[in-house]
Design a protein around this ligand. Structure first.
Ligand SMILES: C[S@@+](CC[C@H](N)C(=O)[O-])C[C@H]1O[C@@H](n2cnc3c(N)ncnc32)[C@H](O)[C@@H]1O
Length: 311
């Protein structure tokens, strides 16, 4: 029997509804559908929504949660689909980096608002067999998109010690060097292919050092997940496409959970401001309210940046 995983708690759900001003006819692009919390909020406010996700399981779950609305589904491997002009909810199974190409292919109109909610959903993290969680013992996979070729175990096998050090450092792991060293040594004896093997190695290194309440393996697991799914590269490819998808005065929002991603978003918005393309709505990122934190601790590192299209 597959284990039950509660629905992902969407970050900034109340704030987004207000800040975007969802209303009937509003055209909303949710580039990270996940368990569908943001999409559902928009649909229930009368918006018309286009939702992307790269993960088939997540799409199935979102449809299961949002039962009152019937989506049209498009897979980017499909040759052709006719999208009625008055569609209500369109789901696109694709990497969001293809959003411009797909919008053109499907003749989608410009949007009133776009949201990108980065990182994996709770469902993905807690799903058995996907290798995101250090609490179980499963293959080190970590692919959000099952068609990708390289898993986290592959990276641990092929990256040299210096590359592993760089990778873990990018996730602000203070023990990047000894962790890279122990992985390079250990894999000479036996390949590191399971979450437990990796988590045990990290715990061995960090035995006497604590970092608040987070598990010692958190940052290394995050670094591997980001590398397997090319998360930073995907954001870099996506950001420059976003202003062109918006109507004038349309709103762009990005929720990030990591300082490196947050900086990419901040720098991008500043560049667009300098070129009179976007105007930042908030100079400092919005952080979760106490109410939100009381519902979900996962959102503690969430940061929301918003900008309006001015040209
Ligand atoms: C944090 S979850 C979104 C949660 C969602 N906002 C909600 O309220 O339930 C991020 C989702 O984005 C998807 N995703 C991550 N990278 C993607 C990419 N490059 N293209 C499309 N979807 C992606 C993941 O599969 C995951 O389902």
């Amino acid at each position: 029997m597959t284990k039950h995983i509660d629905r992902h708690i969407s970050a900034f759900k109340d704030e987004l509804k207000k800040l975007y001003g969802f209303k009937p006819g509003y055209l909303f692009l949710d580039l990270t559908l996940g368990d569908g919390g943001h999409t559902e909020e928009a649909l229930r406010s009368g918006c018309r929504v286009v939702s992307f996700d790269i993960d088939e399981e997540s799409i199935k779950r979102a449809i299961g949660y949002i039962k009152d609305f019937q989506p049209i589904i498009f897979d980017d491997r499909d040759e052709y689909i006719r999208v009625p002009k008055d569609f209500n909810w369109l789901i696109i199974k694709s990497n969001f980096t293809k959003v411009t190409e797909i919008s053109k292919r499907l003749s989608l109109p410009d949007f009133d608002g776009v949201i990108v909610d980065l990182g994996p959903s709770q469902f993905q993290v807690l799903s058995e067999g996907r290798g995101f969680s250090f609490s179980g013992n499963e293959p080190l996979d970590m692919r959000l998109d099952q068609t990708l070729g390289v898993t986290a175990a592959d990276l641990l096998a092929v990256l040299n010690e210096g590359e592993l050090f760089e990778l873990f450092s990018m996730a602000d792991e203070s023990y990047a060097k000894p962790i890279a060293r122990i992985i390079a040594k250990q894999r000479l004896i036996t390949p590191i292919t399971t979450t437990k093997q990796l988590s045990d190695l990290i715990t061995r290194i960090k035995k006497f050092r604590t970092e608040g309440r987070i598990h010692p393996a958190t940052k290394v697991f995050m670094a591997l997940r980001m590398a397997v799914n090319l998360e930073r590269e995907n954001i870099r490819l996506l950001l420059p496409q976003l202003p062109n998808l918006l109507k004038k005065t349309g709103i762009l929002g990005v929720i990030s959970f990591h300082s490196g991603e947050e900086k990419l978003v901040k720098d991008f918005i500043e560049l667009c401001e300098a070129n009179s393309i976007l105007s930042a709505i908030n100079k400092k990122p919005i952080e979760p309210s106490d109410k939100e934190l009381s519902i979900s601790q996962r959102t503690r590192s969430a940061k929301l940046r918003l900008a309006e299209k001015i040209n």
